[in-house]
Write a protein that binds this ligand. Structure first.
Ligand code: NAD
Ligand code: IPM
Ligand code: MN
Length: 362
């Protein structure tokens, strides 16, 4: 198979971790005889430095035409004071919008070898296996009107959190379809006791649920959900929620796994007329300015995202499983990076160990 992938390393540790994920993709494609066609592009601060924009029209076009996009992370403190349209993060939001990837899948599982890496007790996290399904192209992130305006003590700011029936319907449908491949439970998370947006969300999710009688649906308010996630994570199968809540809850859920550096993600839109399902694959963490350049960032979330890409966008299940098995193996046998309990490894040594394991299993 021919795999046309656009690689956007971005900023900070983004560069270091995508390098390892690319190594892993090359290894798998060589073994399985796939033709890996990689193109590189700029996003975030890297793009600002070069083009004055957080993402260029040319890169957006390449992303839309690629079979899949692998992204590292965007943003660094030195870009934080730029006006909203020029912030590094805007590049990522524009990319998600341009690709139409409205569904962000963030799987979270607790690895037995890493129970000690979590501040939570083992009996709480053992058996955790959940999927956060985050709406990605709507809500507060994109809603109009929005502004920060005025001067001095007259300054005011506002954002808008809109959702339409169609936006909720398509993500809800995806949640129920995904639940059917798992433990058949959807927990929808909202703030319907306060927000009209959430009232619509809850209505629509409940209406769509009627088409999936084999799936159990329940609803939680987001404040309670954030508590239940650490009190009783095993109770969750598919956690369906809107854009901002999903952003926050997924970083919290990283504590269940043991490090944010472990969590992969893939974002999908509608299937194209040619049958392809392009996606945007990125770890859930950011550019980690505090450790950037040190060579110690955990690359496993990005490598896991590459595995998800092979499965979800290319249908290469065996190849994907090979990578996931190698991730499991390296987590158990090392090396691991210092974000995990007693890890002494480097980004490159972890990536190298994943490749070695894949080669040894051929
Ligand atoms: P962050 O995720 O970059 O870092 C949070 C903490 O987790 C830091 O202590 C960091 O060292 C650690 N961490 C993150 N990834 C790690 C990894 N792979 N291995 C080991 N440790 C890791 O969040 P932040 O500090 O709030 O944000 C930094 C910048 O990244 C900001 O500009 C923010 O906007 C941006 N950001 C980008 C994305 C993205 O590109 N998808 C996601 C989140 C934040
Ligand atoms: C994420 C990040 C992004 C988000 C930022 C960088 C725009 O936090 O992917 O989780 O909020 O979606
Ligand atoms: Mn986030």
């Amino acid at each position: 198979m021919r795999l046309n992938i656009l690689v956007l390393p971005g900023d900070g540790i983004g560069v270091e971790i995508t390098r390892e994920a690319v190594k892993v993709l090359r290894t798998v494609c060589e073994i399985h005889g796939h033709d890996l066609v990689l193109r590189d592009g700029l996003i975030g601060g890297a793009s600002l430095d070069e083009t004055g924009k957080p993402v260029s029209e040319a890169v957006l076009k390449e992303a839309v035409e690629a079979d899949a996009v692998l992204l590292g992370a965007v943003g660094l403190p030195k870009y934080d004071s730029l006006p909203p349209a020029q912030r590094a993060e805007r590049g990522l939001l524009d990319l998600r919008k341009a690709m139409g990837v409205f569904a962000n899948l963030r799987p979270v599982k607790a690895y037995p070898a890493l129970f000690g890496s979590s501040p939570l007790k083992e009996d709480r996290i053992a058996g955790t296996d959940l999927l956060i399904l985050r709406e990605l192209t709507g809500g507060l992130y994109f809603g109009q009107p929005r502004a920060l305006e005025g001067e001095g003590k007259q300054r005011r700011a506002f954002n808008t959190m809109p959702y339409s029936y169609v936006e909720v319907e398509r993500i809800a449908r995806m949640a129920f379809e995904l639940a059917r491949t798992r433990r058949k439970r959807v927990t929808s998370v909202d703030k319907a006791n306060v927000l009209e947006t959430s009232q619509l969300w809850r209505q629509v999710v409940t209406e769509i649920a009627a088409e999936y009688p084999d799936v159990v649906l329940d609803h939680l308010y987001v404040d309670n959900a954030s508590m239940q996630l650490v009190l009783n994570p095993k109770a969750f199968d598919v956690l369906l929620t809107e854009n901002l809540f999903g952003d926050i809850l997924s970083d919290e859920a990283a504590v269940l796994a043991g490090s944010i550096g472990l969590l992969p993600s893939g974002s999908l839109g509608a299937r194209r007329p040619d049958g392809k399902l392009p996606g945007l694959y990125e770890p859930i963490h950011g550019s980690a300015p505090d450790i950037a350049g040190k060579g110690i960032a955990n690359p496993l979330g990005t490598i896991g995202s590459a595995a998800a890409m092979l499965d979800w966008s290319f249908g290469l299940k065996e190849e994907s499983r090979t990578i996931e098995e190698a991730i499991d193996y390296v987590i158990q046998h090392g090396p691991t990076t210092p974000d995990l309990l007693s890890g002494q490894g480097t980004t490159a040594s972890v990536g190298g160990a994943v490749c070695q394991r894949i080669k040894s299993q051929r």
